[in-house]
Ligand binder design. Structure first.
Ligand code: NOJ
Length: 740
């Protein structure tokens, strides 16, 4: 017997719907009358202008059209939004041009504020390792404050693409492989950027991107096709976007990829039927850079005019840099191919946002030079960056308590040019972050341990990775402990940065092995923007700290953790594979009829490599140890509708105070469609003094126990469930209960 929670959408997702399938935006008061009063005054040209977005000359992420008439077009009301314009002086200048247009409709300024504006926070994947949702809300709010002070109204963030493929460069921009956790992170970041009210001049509009399934690109190749079942789309890739809608996100961005043969930008089913229809999204959708025009290369439309027609009918409101709308929509309306009410609906969505931001009241309200000066890189935001940095670091290994260097009085050989590189600390896509303002590990160490205690050596050439062994060995010989920074460069992860081989450079691994021969304790700082492989070096390291790219305060945050001023608490938001051939690898896989087994035989294992990852999802050590007890269920049998209660005892059994993230996973053992072997459905963070013990409590309701069935309805089915609790997705203790 099935239990139906909500007959979600009996949508034949990939079937065809008539062009008439327009779900118009529903604007409540006080804006409805205002928006319509402006719309009524607009000519068709002016309406199309509102749907047109051009780039400024900074930070292009696609081909830039050399257009000297942009200013003139703004003055004629033919541009609704600009991206890549920032700084009060610049936004004011362009807004003044917009004020010369007939209707004086203000411009909307958008920018990729991905992990900070001027103050840079950890890359999003790194920050997701903190499992601290409030922290992520606060860093997004901090980024919004600075961006808004610099004239920006709209960030193209957060990225909420679930990814199970570490080869994909853009994993650095998201929150990893887990859909449920990714949905919570998406909501936290949206709330952080937007605050409670878009009219607040310290907030910006957020953008849920990239809609949809961009992270499922074949073989991890950026922009690549996505071939996916409806079930996987609904279970794995769509929920963070739905969560963003529930959190009130102001805008959506299309993804570059096609989904099952239909490019997202021209995909009416996901934009109109699902997003604007079933989910009731009242915000605006923007294409990705040039993604309307790119439908020609996809082979979906013959020319730019066809692309404009497909995109507007599909529900893409704003054209980012394809110039498809501005050059074709008028003819398409006149030829009767695009009903004008499609244009009107898109324009209403744009105008609504401009009203909500207060731009019609005062187009210059984000252009305050004095606020800009006092907000950017202020002490409180720097402190927030340091807090985020510390909490994002993951301790992967700590043999014989090699760390922390608490009370350490000796000399440290700090080796590896990444430890002295400012630009790498900033990470990819770091906006206004000024390179010189980044704190390197070397600076952080010299400040924390004293300049005379730190002996620095390059170890390898930053550009070529060529080993510089003699000086590294000399530094090690003079020191009591070796700290060595290795890994990726900042530009190795990000857009168009997919890699077939995610092993860190062989010379970095060799360096660690050679340094081990010095007989000193070797502590590795592993830097990068994605899961990496480092099997050759791992056994030689006494301790490994994964430090990602942490932003402005990177060096101080790393020094805090190495010195033991902060006890590391990060947990991996993505599985770290042991071999590239294991990818895609993720913890919430499905069981086969012949599950993996150690003796391989007729199982789903590889013959030549192990099936276990190097480090599982949720993994991360602490300087202390925690004992997590068995999950205890208040009773064995539960009725539907009751909240299933699970408690578990946690004790700090080590010598340091510390923070543990207790994780709870669920498996529905028998269901009408097969369920993953486990799925994260709860986590609790506890801070415990040595010897202290506490009880944490989880409640599991419909949202935690259900799934989409074969008809794409969200259901909770009765039967036996297994709950598993532990410090990561691997080391779990379990109990079972019946749901009636
Ligand atoms: C392309 C990227 O895919 C997208 O994430 C970004 O927001 C736009 N370019 C604008 O820079």
């Amino acid at each position: 017997m099935k239990r139906w929670i909500c007959p979600l959408m009996a949508l034949a997702l990939w079937g065809c719907s008539a062009p008439e399938g327009l779900t118009e935006v529903s604007i409540g008061e006080p804006y409805a009358a205002k928006v319509d009063s402006v719309l009524r005054l607009m000519t068709l040209d002016e309406k199309i202008g509102q749907l047109n977005q051009y780039t400024g000359n900074f930070q292009a992420t696609g081909p830039v059209v050399d257009d000297t008439t942009k200013i003139d077009q703004i003055k004629r009301g033919m541009v609704g939004s600009m991206l890549n314009i920032k700084g009060v002086a610049n936004t004011r200048e362009l807004q003044e041009y917009a004020m010369q247009s007939r209707l004086k409709i203000p411009l909307l300024f958008g920018l990729d504020v991905i992990h900070g504006m001027r103050t840079i926070y950890p890359i999003p994947l790194g920050e997701a390792a903190s499992f601290d949702l409030d922290l992520m809300r606060r860093t997004a709010a901090g980024a919004a404050r600075e961006a808004a002070a610099q004239g920006v109204h709209w960030t193209f963030a957060p990225m909420m693409d679930v990814s199970r493929d570490a080869r994909w460069g853009r994993v650095m921009e998201g929150s990893g492989e887990d859909t449920w956790y990714g949905s919570l992170v998406a909501q936290a970041r949206v709330k952080g950027f937007q605050g409670d009210d878009l009219a607040d001049v310290e907030t910006v509009m957020a953008c849920a991107k990239h809609f949809a399934a961009y992270g499922a690109c074949i073989a991890g190749k950026d922009y690549n096709a996505v071939d996916i079942s409806d079930l996987t789309l609904h279970e794995v890739y769509l929920p963070p976007f739905k969560a963003a809608v529930d959190a009130g996100v102001a805008s959506f961005m299309n993804s570059f990829n096609e989904i099952n043969g239909i490019p997202s930008t021209g995909n009416r089913h996901i934009q109109r039927d699902l997003l604007k229809g079933a989910w009731g999204f009242n915000g605006l959708t923007v294409s990705d850079w040039g993604s309307i025009g790119e439908m020609i290369a996809h082979g979906f439309v013959p020319d730019l005019k066809g692309a404009a027609e497909a995109a507007i009918l599909a529900g893409c409101d704003m054209d980012m840099e394809s110039r498809a709308y501005v050059s074709n929509l008028k003819a398409l309306v006149e030829e009767g191919k695009v009903p004008e009410r499609y244009i009107d609906d898109a324009v209403r969505r744009v105008l609504l946002k401009k009203f909500q931001l207060g731009l019609f009241d005062d187009p210059f309200r984000y252009c305050d030079l004095e606020r800009e000066a006092r907000t950017v890189l202020c002490d409180s935001l720097r402190a927030l960056s340091r807090e985020a940095g510390r909490k994002s670091i993951v301790l992967l290994k700590n043999e014989n308590n090699a760390l922390p260097l608490a009370g350490f009085r000796g000399r440290i050989a700090l080796i590896g040019s990444l430890a002295a590189s400012k630009i790498d600390m900033r990470g990819f896509w770091a906006n206004e972050g000024v390179i010189d303002e980044m704190v390197t590990v070397r600076e952080g160490f010299e400040r924390r341990f004293g300049a005379r205690s730190v002996i620095y050596a390059d170890g390898y050439d930053l550009e070529t990775n060529e080993l510089k062994l003699p000086e590294a060995m000399r530094a090690a010989a003079q020191a009591d402990v070796v700290v060595v920074a290795v890994g990726e460069r900042y530009f190795n992860s990000g857009e168009a940065k997919s890699r077939a081989d995610i092993n860190i450079p062989a010379t970095h691994q060799q360096l660690v092995r050679e340094l081990k021969r010095s007989g000193k304790r070797v502590i590795v700082l592993l830097m990068g923007g994605r899961p990496m492989i480092f099997n050759e070096m791992a056994p030689a390291a006494d301790a490994i700290l994964l430090t990602w790219w942490l932003g402005t305060e990177a060096g101080n945050a790393i020094a805090d953790v190495v010195a033991g001023d902060y006890n590391p608490s990060g947990k991996l938001p993505m599985t770290f594979p042991a071999h590239v051939g294991q990818i895609p690898i993720y913890y919430n896989y499905k069981s086969t009829g012949r599950p993996e087994s150690k003796d391989r035989g007729y199982s789903c294992c590889y013959q030549d490599i192990d099936f276990e990852p190097a480090y599982p999802f949720g993994y991360g050590l602490s300087y202390t140890t925690f004992e997590i007890g068995e999950p205890v269920l208040a009773k064995q049998t539960w009725k539907r509708g009751e909240d299933v209660e699970v408690t578990v005892r946690v004790k700090n059994t080590g010598r340091y105070a510390g923070r543990e993230t207790v994780q709870l996973y669920v498996r529905d053992l028998v269901a009408s469609v097969t369920r993953p072997v486990k799925e994260l459905r709860g986590f609790r963070q506890v801070y415990l003094e040595p010897g202290e013990e506490t009880e944490v409590r989880f409640t599991l309701g419909d949202a935690e126990l259900g799934f989409h069935n074969a008809a794409l309805e969200y259901v909770v089915e009765p039967g036996t469930f297994r709950v598993m609790v532990g410090p990561d997705s691997k080391r779990v203790k379990s109990a079972e209960f019946e749901l009636l």
